[in-house]
Write a protein that binds this ligand. Sequence first.
Ligand code: ZN
Ligand code: ZN
Length: 136
Amino acid sequence: MHDTTGLVKMLNDLEIYGVCTRCKDQIEWRIKYKKYKPLAAPKKCVKCDQKTVKRAYTAVCEPCGSDLGVCVKCVQPKELVAKSTLTVEEENHRKQEMQAELKALPERERRKRERDLKSVVAGDTNEPEADGDSDE
Ligand SMILES: [Zn+2]
Ligand SMILES: [Zn+2]
């Protein structure tokens, strides 16, 4: 159990799993500092040679990773981060906490964070202009 900020908790929705804790930290770091670039197209898995790698920064696809018991990023047989096993209740609780934390922020900051997060989740790093939909 880590005491993390609301933003990090939100980013948990990206669900990083199948990697070792070290690689997870690295990916989280990228997300946190907006250096995370989602894959535009699936990448070739170094194990099965199929274009099955859908997650950025990973070398092995998820089925291979779990079959071989290796981290999909560093391809080492390490202790892996499992897929989230939170119950719906826990998940809701987490979302509430996250919202409360967002509310505590000044309006400006809050919107910025929400927007940042959405663009990360949507895999859209080129943020559209927030204002002036002057396309009429
Ligand atoms: Zn594979
Ligand atoms: Zn790893």
